[in-house]
Write a protein that binds this ligand. Structure first.
Ligand SMILES: *Cc1c(COP(=O)(O)O)cnc(C)c1O
Length: 407
């Protein structure tokens, strides 16, 4: 009998992935993170980046990063509670708190670490967490780390949520509770039903956490997030639409890196003492912090960037409707979501994993970089092309040829 090979399970896992068309490949870009990029020697339209406001390569944002690096060095040198605290971190937190109309904010190194650290700090074994089935993996991991009971409700289904909360919390005596949702769902691009969702949290005295990774800079009249968007609707006049905890990231519309929490000062003080991903990780480097702060300044000062993103979304949706809309009905396997075009994420659901890969490859050949999103990021059989638009795209970038897709 051959000796047991401890590497064999790894080989088998990869072979299994390949057999299911779920192999992952890293595609390196050889240019700045801009609306057009160079990949494998070719220039193409980047339709897959979260760089929604085209700030990652903005000259002023880069200059801020360079100046901060010159002044403060390449790395922060420690965790925030030890030696890694810079005035720059305080300044960015104050700016983020202002932007979110919150009392205070706390930086984490990434949005992933923010969710993992916040949820596991707040919740413990005797708690119950109610989590949307399409929440981001970092929320799921935070829930698991907390060891709380996790109750998953159907996507954005407020009836299902209410029924499940009532079943769990109606009889009293339970420990604390948390209701958690993406603000913009990262793979579908739709928005949480915030007013009803918050009403349920308040009725049952649950903490409320909204992850605004894809909402910050994009949603609402001035990009402040889903609260701003819903507050502007007439039926919500006078309602307080702020959740207890806002999570965000500086890595998407802000074009830099770094997660954050925003909320009451009490919450921020608590997290500073309890969130392990904050306590035990070297704080963000000066360049990233200064870049995010400059990006935030630009977002507030130049609302035309968001207006341009919205015009680009309209162009793209018009192009989709020409190809898949009234005049040319989509084949049954392809359907578009997020028809309102509120967020910058446009999913084109294909279904089959191999088909999604083929379509992404065809678009790549035609000069359009698009992500094929497959299991485990989305459910099996829900594979899709996920377009993410930018304020910096030109019209020609926004009209990829769907001719072959439709066959
Ligand atoms: C991207 C994302 C995160 C993670 O943010 P990073 O800064 O990239 O770690 C968290 N939540 C959601 C919904 C996201 O889309």
């Amino acid at each position: 009998m051959p000796p047991f090979d401890r590497w064999e399970p790894l080989r088998a896992a990869l072979a299994e992935k390949a057999a299911q068309n779920l192999s992952r490949e890293i595609i390196a870009v050889d240019s700045p993170p801009a609306p057009r990029v160079r990949v494998r020697g070719r220039e193409m339209a980047m339709l897959a980046s979260n760089n929604y406001l085209d700030l990652a390569n903005d000259e002023r944002v880069k200059a801020a990063a360079i100046a901060a690096t010159q002044k403060y060095g390449a790395g922060s040198g420690g965790a925030r509670l030890t030696t890694g605290a810079l005035v720059l971190h305080d300044e960015l937190e104050a700016a983020l708190a202002r932007f979110k109309h919150a009392e205070a904010a706390l930086l984490f190194n990434t949005g992933y670490q923010a969710n993992a650290g916040i949820i596991s700090a707040l919740c413990s074994r005797d708690w119950t967490i109610f989590s949307d089935e399409l929440n981001h993996a970092s929320i799921i991991d935070g829930c698991r780390l907390s060891r709380a009971k996790i109750v998953v409700y159907r996507h954005n289904d407020m009836n299902d949520l209410r029924a499940k909360v009532r079943a769990e919390r109606g009889v009293g005596g339970a420990g604390g509770g948390l209701l958690v949702s993406d603000g913009v769902f990262s793979m579908d691009g739709d928005l949480v039903n915030l007013p009803e969702w918050l009403a349920i949290a308040r009725e049952f005295d649950l903490f409320s956490l909204i992850d605004e990774a894809h909402a910050t800079g994009v949603i609402g009249a001035s990009g402040r997030g889903v609260g701003e968007y819903f507050a502007a609707l007439p039926e919500n006049r006078g309602r307080d639409l702020r959740p207890d905890i806002i999570v965000g990231t500086c890595s998407k519309a802000l074009g830099s890196s770094g997660g954050f929490a925003a909320g009451r000062r009490l919450l921020i003080d608590f997290l500073r003492h309890q969130a392990r991903s904050f306590i035990f990780s070297t704080m963000l480097p000066p360049g990233a912090v200064a870049a995010a702060n400059e990006a935030l300044r630009i977002i507030v000062a130049e609302p035309e960037r968001l207006a341009k993103l919205r015009r680009n979304l309209q162009i793209f949706y018009d192009h989709l409707s020409v190809n898949f809309g009234d005049g040319a009905p989509p084949p049954p396997s392809i359907a578009t979501l997020n028809a309102g075009g509120v967020s910058a994420i446009v999913p084109l659901i294909v279904g089959d994993e191999a088909a999604a890969m083929t379509l992404a490859q065809e678009l790549f050949t035609a000069g359009y970089f698009v992500s094929a999103i497959r299991y485990p990021t989305v459910a099996r059989g829900q594979a899709r092309l996920r377009f993410a638009l930018s304020a910096g795209h030109q019209a020609a970038d926004l009209t990829p040829p769907f001719g072959t897709i439709k066959n």
